[in-house]
Design a protein. Structure first.
Length: 130
């Protein structure tokens, strides 16, 4: 079975580590790279050609909305999923218009709890859709 190749992009190492742990528990998923900002995410998407890029909307150097746009314009085969802690759903809607295939708002307490729990070996990310 071919594994789905995933690129993680978030400026918080704890969030990337937690997501990596959750993803790699699935037999058909693998993390092929991690980026700490939007520019790095675009560069890694170009070199690694992941099937999926999971990224935060708020990142330094290039935000997730613009990074999603650049990735989907140059690598249409890469599906972009954006995560946002902004209470305003307009951020997720802007990311969808920029080319992201999926967007989710998560509460900051949930993401912190999930990241902390995931780094200890378990937990889930609770999602709240807008």
């Amino acid at each position: 079975m071919k594994k789905i190749r995933i690129l993680l992009a978030d400026d918080h190492q704890l969030m990337r580590s937690g997501l990596r742990l959750l993803i790699e528990q699935q037999p058909d998923l693998t993390v092929v790279g991690e980026a700490a900002d939007g520019r790095e995410a675009v560069a890694l998407a170009k070199s690694l050609r992941p099937d999926v890029a999971v990224m935060d909307i708020s990142m330094p150097n290039l935000n997730g909305i613009e990074a999603a746009h650049q990735i989907t314009q140059s690598h249409a085969e890469t599906a972009v999923i954006v995560l946002s802690m902004h209470p305003d759903e307009s951020y997720v809607l802007r990311a969808l218009k920029a080319g992201a295939r999926c967007g989710r708002r998560i509460r900051s307490v949930d993401s912190a709890r999930a990241g902390n729990s995931a780094t200890r070996g378990g937990g889930k990310i609770e999602q709240r859709s807008g």
